[in-house]
Each structure stands twice: as structure tokens, then as C-alpha cells.
Ligand binder design. Sequence first.
Ligand code: BG6
Length: 364
Amino acid sequence: DPGEHESFMHKEILEQPASAGRVLRGRLNGRFATGHLGGLNMDARELRAIRRVKILGCGSAYYVGEMGATLIEELARIPADAEAASEFRYRNPIIEPDTLYVAVSQSGETIDTLLAVQEVRRKGGYVIGLVNVVGSAIAREADGGIYLHAGPEVAVASTKALTNMFLGFAMLALQLGRVRDLSIADGRRLIAGLESLPGKIEEVLATEERLVAVAERLAAAESLFFVGRVRGFPVAREGAQKFKEISYRHAEAYQTSELKHGPLALISPDVPTIAIVPLDELVERNVAALHEIAARGGPLVVVTHEEVDLQGLEAERIVVPRAERELDPILLTIPLQLLAYHAAKQLGHDIDKPRNLAKSVTVE
Ligand code: BG6
């Protein structure tokens, strides 16, 4: 029973400022401007020996893994990528000794992720877990890890656990960066950015009423696109995932840059696009692509920063506060949780237990 809240998902969305604070606590080292993740069971020499990072997870944990890969490449300059854990073991994956494997899972019990961990370990690889549930199967099987401290998450659609996965990756990337070439100034900048996130998440949540109206309009569409680029693309993937899981509308994520290579043919007044447009090096190209959508009559919702000039674009504008640019994805994700939530509510669905889905899939 979610108490005074209308659902667990809503309760868990609103808990994020507090739960985000918990994953950071005691894990930032101001003096050396680095992360302090004791549970990795790796010393500085071992961290420096890592040549590649492979992230494994399912569903939302896979998409946040893509955000994590970008953080690691940006801050530590180590090649990193995320893969669906459900596919991994079927590719006879090549396990390398200088690769760090990262299994991401709220429940710690998802069978596909657990079997991926076992495949890595059987072949002699080193795996850490980013896991919420203490003592869960993945936490027990991994060589080390970062507990997420999000608290119990009941709604099938992950919100507060996902946010803490992102923060876990940010601290890991910071620590990997600081044993390499990330400067102390950048380390300090990121620590300040991380510490400011709970307050900024609170600011996004305060805009909920405005998002209700936007969500109710989106709920009327049978099909939607979520688009973004580079840091914004996994945000779009996660936004589409949330929307389809609980609203049962067809929501498809695309790289904004790929629209012209296919899906632009589908744009019409009946197909809204939710675009992720942070103030970054791609902003002008992003805005130009959105004008292509508007020219074909496609309704637009743009999740963006105050400073972004949309060049007269006709669009519903949702503004989030800026963090450090590497940390922006998580603040861009929060309004998408609320859009999915309020669309599903408008449609009268069982939000906490969407049809055909389980909170954790523990059988193959
Ligand atoms: C799914 C849920 O099947 O499992 C998703 O429907 C979730 O919402 C995914 O993201 C992964 O779960 P976990 O517990 O491994 O993070």
C-alpha cells in the first residue's frame, strides 16, 4: 500500500531527491576530488589496468548502462559500451582480462543479468554489480560492487533505482578518471555537480503540474517518437521505454541524426516527438532537425535548458536545470518519468503493475 500516495510509482518518483542523496553519501572524497567506492575491491593499480568497460543489464538498467558508458568514456577515456544482458551469453562473448564488467540490476535477481555475470566469471573475467537489493543473487555472485541504497522499489517501472544507477556510474567514472588523466579541477567540478543533483531533481519535480497537461495531450497519440543524440540518446531510449511500459502506446526512440534516414516518413500531426535537447555542442544541429519535424506538421515537446534558442520552433518547451554537462542526462530523464506516469494515469491503467510485465524476471 503506497500510503498517502496515489501509486508506488508516484511515491518513488517523489522520493528521488532523498534517495539520490543516499547513494552519494560517504562516497565522494573532496580532498583528492575522486570517488570513494570501497566495494569495488580494487586498488588504484587495478583500476588503472582496466582497458575496456562492458556494461550488462536489461530494460531500464540497460539504458542507464548506455548513459554510464558515455560517462566512463568522457571522464576516464576508457572505451565503454552497454549491451542487453539477455543477448550477451548467446554470442559466445570474448572475455578479456583487462576489461571491467559491470552488471546493473535493481532487483539483483534478473535471470538474464545473473547468467551474464556467471558467463563472465566462468571465463575468468572480473565483474562488479550496481545493485539495489542487498544480498541478492547478482550481489552475491559479483566480485565487488556498488549498492544503490534507493530503498525498496515496488512499481515495475524503475525510477529512483535508475537515478541511483546513473549516480553510481558517475562516481565510478570519476574514480576511474582520477587514476588517469582527469584533472583535480574537473574532479572538484563533478563532485560539486553531483552534490547539487538532489536539489535540482527537486526543482524538476516542482514542475509536475505543467507536465500533467503535456502528458494528457501525449496520451491521445497512438504512436510517438523520443529522440536525442549522444548523451541525450539513452535518455530518449529510457523515456520511450517508460512511456510504452505503462501507457501501452507505441513509443520509439531514435537518434535525432537518423530521423532523416528513415522515420521522418512517419512524421505527421498525429505522431508527436519528444526531443531531448541539452545545451551542448550539438544544440544547433538538434534544433535544425526539429524544424524538419515541425515542417511536416509533427507536434513537438522539447526537454531542454533555459539558454537553448529554439529558433522560433513551435513546440511545448520543458526546461530542466543544468548540472555539469556530463551529469545532464539524469535531470533530462526526470520529466520523462512524469510524462509517462501522467499519460498512463489519464488512460486509466494499472500503473504499478503494467499488463504482461513483472518487476523482476527470474526465469528464462
Ligand atoms: C524488467 C522490468 O523486466 O526488468 C524493467 O519490467 C526492469 O522495468 C528490468 O528495468 C530489469 O530489472 P532489474 O531488477 O534487473 O533492474
